[in-house]
Design a binder for this molecule. Structure first.
Ligand SMILES: Cc1ncc(COP(=O)(O)O)c(C=O)c1O
Length: 378
């Protein structure tokens, strides 16, 4: 067996508990509102128009061209749509495929904790060894000195995620420069999980690994239309990587899914022509974050506003001695709002008294739930 220690995910556990107790579910990371009608109509148009058979293995060419243009415009990096961009079945498949295409038994993979839950199992499926580096306790930034010290001759891959799930932290240009200094002349790869690239707040600009010519040469940069266009159920994402990496990536991709949903790809490529469909997302989610934080601001819950993603961490250490599992259980059963404890995002034992709230919810749901949580401050 490849994954003997994997059990039900915390998301499944908390969602079941939310259901059982009739709680508002702020645990799972997806919107409770619909995607745009225009996008649905485009999907319909292409499906009715007969675009229902296998797409090309690498993805629909017009969509790859749109991605290439967007990436160039935002990050000044031109990926060739022909041989450097691949459409995937969500970022999840892109992560699986990228890790599988470079990690072999015995290879070490640096993962920052807390971490999104799909990295470690895929490293393990491939016989790799996760090497965990904790993010800074205060602001969840990366300790580059520690990264440098953790590199060995076996380090094959570093996985970075910004904006970061679950903490909402983001990397800066300064991080990019430190990263460059550390991996210069090293034979290793980078996966940059940038699925929340269009959800970043307070005027901060997303820093993509693709902005560094040096780092991009070693990197698989991954994004997701699910996050950007409120379509997590369509499962479409993409991976941009230099030709030599894309070649290896596609060898695996063709045997994992071969190709990705055809009408969705055509729909996205047309929808993306209006840039506001993704440039407006920051303001849209910042407003939701602020609704949540305003409602919590009179309580003893403490927080630093998330800088990106649609997740907000809150600290309940002034309120309860319970560990985070027990506290989320209490919130679900007694307050009737389900959230996620932070500790399952760590490989070891952790009790920072932090919980994660997903604010990709309708305004009225968010305000109601936040007021209930604030009232749970007893
Ligand atoms: C950090 C991160 N990476 C990847 C994914 C997976 O994205 P997708 O739904 O496109 O597979 C998620 C989804 O929650 C995520 O939070």
């Amino acid at each position: 067996m490849k994954l003997p220690n994997i059990t039900s995910s915390i998301f499944a556990v908390m969602s079941k508990m939310a259901n059982d107790y009739g709680a508002i579910n702020l645990s799972q990371g997806f919107p409770d509102f619909n995607c745009s009608e225009e996008l649905i109509n485009l999907f319909h148009k292409y499906s009715l128009g007969g675009f229902n058979q296998y797409a090309p293995m690498a993805g629909v060419p017009t969509l790859r061209e749109m991605i290439s243009d967007k990436t160039y415009e935002l990050y000044s990096k031109r990926y060739n749509p022909e041989n450097e961009i691949t459409i995937t079945s969500g970022a999840t498949e892109a992560l699986f495929t990228a890790i599988t295409s470079v990690v072999s038994p015995g290879d070490e993979v640096i993962i920052f904790e807390p971490a999104y839950d799909s990295y470690v199992p895929v490293v393990q499926i491939n016989g790799g060894k996760p090497v965990f580096i904790p993010l800074d306790k205060k602001d969840f930034s990366i300790d580059w000195k520690r990264v440098k010290e953790s590199l060995t001759s076996k380090t094959k891959l570093i996985i970075i995620n910004s904006p970061h799930n679950p903490t909402g932290s983001v990397i800066s240009i300064d991080d990019l420069h430190k990263f460059e200094d550390i991996v210069r002349d090293k034979e290793l790869f980078i996966i940059s999980d940038e699925v929340y690239e269009h959800i970043i707040f307070d005027g901060i600009k997303h820093v993509s690994i693709s902005e560094s010519e040096e780092l991009s040469q070693k990197s698989f940069v991954i994004s997701s239309f699910g996050k950007t266009f409120h379509t997590t159920g369509w499962k479409v994402g993409y991976c941009s990587a230099p030709e030599r990496l894309t070649k290896e990536f596609r060898k695996v991709h063709q045997f994992v899914v071969f190709a990705v949903n055809t009408p969705a790809q055509y729909a996205f490529s047309e929808y993306m022509k209006d840039k506001e469909h993704y440039t407006n997302l920051n303001a849209f989610y910042q407003n939701k974050r602020d609704l949540l934080l305003n409602a919590l601001s009179g309580s003893r819950f403490k927080f630093t506003p998330a800088r990106g993603t649609y997740f907000q961490l809150i600290d309940y250490s002034d309120i309860s001695e319970l560990d985070d599992m027990a506290f989320t259980e209490y919130l679900t059963k007694e307050v009737q709002v389900a959230t996620i404890p932070l500790s399952p995002f760590y490989s070891g034992v952790n009790d920072e008294k932090l919980i994660r709230i997903c604010f990709a919810k309708k305004d009225e749901v968010l305000i109601k739930a936040a007021k209930m949580i604030a009232a749970g401050d007893i």
